[in-house]
Design a protein around this ligand. Structure first.
Ligand SMILES: *[C@@H]1O[C@H](CO)[C@@H](O)[C@H](O)[C@H]1NC(C)=O
Ligand SMILES: *[C@@H]1O[C@H](CO)[C@@H](O)[C@H](O)[C@H]1NC(C)=O
Ligand SMILES: *[C@@H]1O[C@H](CO)[C@@H](O)[C@H](O)[C@H]1NC(C)=O
Ligand SMILES: *[C@@H]1O[C@H](CO)[C@@H](O)[C@H](O)[C@H]1NC(C)=O
Length: 451
């Protein structure tokens, strides 16, 4: 069906049914604008990341230092990471349902109605969309329906029982943190955790659930590997020196203490980079120099995941305690009609239809790169006793342009700019934990069978 046809038919549909239900209203909306939801070009994404990823919550931005805002690592930061991926890949024994393939179905009390901004005290200000004026609520009323099965609702008690006595860390960028904050809200409906550690920039934060002896941590890492901004005369250049084969030890040194490692990353890679391996420069991203090999963003991203997974597979304490590594696949940003700094916005109020999703898009390619590295790590690691799972949310989230804060993120310094990268709490990001729980349950059932 062409866009035109869809447009016409949806218009007719709306005209005929004045009292259409929400779903119908959403369908009309969605199809009626079958236009480009495809905004996020590389560039867009890149720029916009610079900014938002750095300053998630507290943006101290002075109008004359644009660069600092986006790129000066010392300036705050945000938070950390979200990880998730969906669907665990089929195992040989029995083929579990592929949770990553499906569609959003309307459901009052859908997957984002577990808490509100008054029942969850852990919503970061910038994700508290209703507090900052978001009025539409239809975006909460959808649940993810995998093609071949149901994705059970999130049950905090079940989750806490599975992770009793364990330590789980979310490692990655601010979207990883966004996921962990969602999980905190979900779990706090059963037990309020204690805030036991936080560094000055809130990059590393630890929560403890005493009744379940469960520790939940966020560990912020822009690139998973070492990446430092090049400074000239004390000023950031926006160019990063990347050591693609050197893991960021801030998170990696904690590995031996962990039982679950939820890894995700991606939004920081859209920027100028000098790439190094074995101490030698091997290429660059967004540069144009005759003697330097120029790579696209997917190259350093692939190498970063390969290095992170290699370090995990080399961790002997990890395999002996049967640490589970979970990849949460890339979650796309949804700027429409512009970049983050050129008026791009994301004000949809319904999910987009899968037919509108462009799987040729770079976002999807990045997800595939992550999956390839994940599969490689899994086949190497499982022999040594490492466990890998995936929360592959990319496909589902490509359809959720309605789930971002947009203009409702409350930042006084950046009025007029939209956050189309992070996700509202509550919101469709809560589904990631349903997915995570489903994956953990499979793992737990497997363990039971083994013993
Ligand atoms: C929750 O959202 C409402 C708007 O729906 C807002 O008035 C209120 O201030 C928010 N409460 C908190 C605690 O953020
Ligand atoms: C750095 O500062 C020195 C001394 O002030 C100056 O000579 C040089 O041109 C500056 N370099 C750049 C790239 O601005
Ligand atoms: C590129 O490499 C050639 C041969 O090594 C060298 O002569 C030339 O100066 C280099 N050009 C640049 C721009 O570095
Ligand atoms: C979204 O914002 C654009 C630009 O401000 C506006 O033209 C459009 O009508 C808005 N759409 C919705 C559904 O609010």
């Amino acid at each position: 069906m062409s866009e035109k046809t869809m447009k016409t038919s949806s218009t007719m549909f709306q005209e005929k049914h004045h009292n259409h239900t929400k779903r119908e209203r959403c369908l009309g909306l969605t199809l009626g604008k079958g236009v480009p939801f495809v905004l996020s070009s590389l560039l867009m994404a890149s720029i916009f990341c610079l900014f938002f990823l750095y300053n998630p919550n507290s943006l101290t931005l002075t109008p004359h230092h644009d660069h600092d805002i986006f790129e000066n690592p010392s300036q705050n930061q945000e938070n950390a990471i979200t990880t998730k991926v969906s669907s665990s890949p089929p195992q040989k024994e029995q083929k579990p349902c592929d949770l990553s393939k499906g569609h959003w179905v309307q459901a009052l009390g859908g997957s984002s109605n577990y808490y509100t901004n008054s029942s969850c005290p852990f919503i970061p200000d910038g994700k508290n969309c209703f507090k900052h004026g978001r009025k539409d609520t239809d975006f909460l009323n959808w649940r993810w329906k995998p093609e071949q099965c149901e994705l059970p609702r999130f049950d905090p008690k079940t989750f806490l029982n599975i992770v009793r006595g364990k330590k789980m860390a979310f490692i990655g960028d601010s979207v990883a943190r966004n996921h962990m904050d969602s999980l905190l809200c979900l779990l706090s409906q059963n037990e309020i955790p204690k805030d036991i550690y936080k560094d000055s920039e809130d990059r590393f934060h630890t929560w403890y659930f005493p009744s379940h002896d469960f520790t939940l941590m966020s560990m912020w890492s822009r690139f998973l590997v070492v990446g430092e901004e090049r400074m000239v005369n004390g000023t950031g250049t926006s160019i990063f020196d990347m050591q693609l084969d050197k893991v960021d030890s801030d998170w990696a040194k904690e590995l031996p203490n962990l039982d679950y490692t939820v890894i995700s990353d991606g939004h920081w890679f859209f920027r100028g980079m000098r790439l190094h391996e074995g101490g030698k420069e091997v290429g660059c991203v967004y540069c144009n120099e005759p003697n330097v090999t120029s790579y696209n963003v997917d190259f350093p991203l692939r190498k970063a995941f390969r290095t992170a997974f290699r370090v995990i597979n080399e961790c002997k304490e990890c395999s002996s305690k049967r640490m589970v590594t979970v990849l949460r696949t890339f979650a796309p940003a949804h700027f429409e009609n512009g970049f983050w700094n050129t008026g791009g916005y994301c004000n949809r109020t319904c999910p987009t239809d899968e037919s509108e999703v462009d799987f040729e898009k770079f976002d999807w390619h990045l997800r595939n790169v992550q999956m390839e590295e994940f599969e490689r790590a899994r086949s190497e690691g499982e022999e040594k006793g490492h466990k890998f799972e995936v929360v592959d949310v990319s496909r589902a989230m490509l359809m959720r342009a309605d789930g971002h804060p947009g203009e409702h993120w409350g930042n006084k310094w950046m009025k007029g700019y939209n956050d189309c990268t992070h996700w509202c709490l509550p919101g469709p990001v809560d589904m990631w934990s349903e997915f995570l729980l489903a994956v953990l349950k499979r793992g737990a059932a497997f363990e039971l069978n083994q013993t």
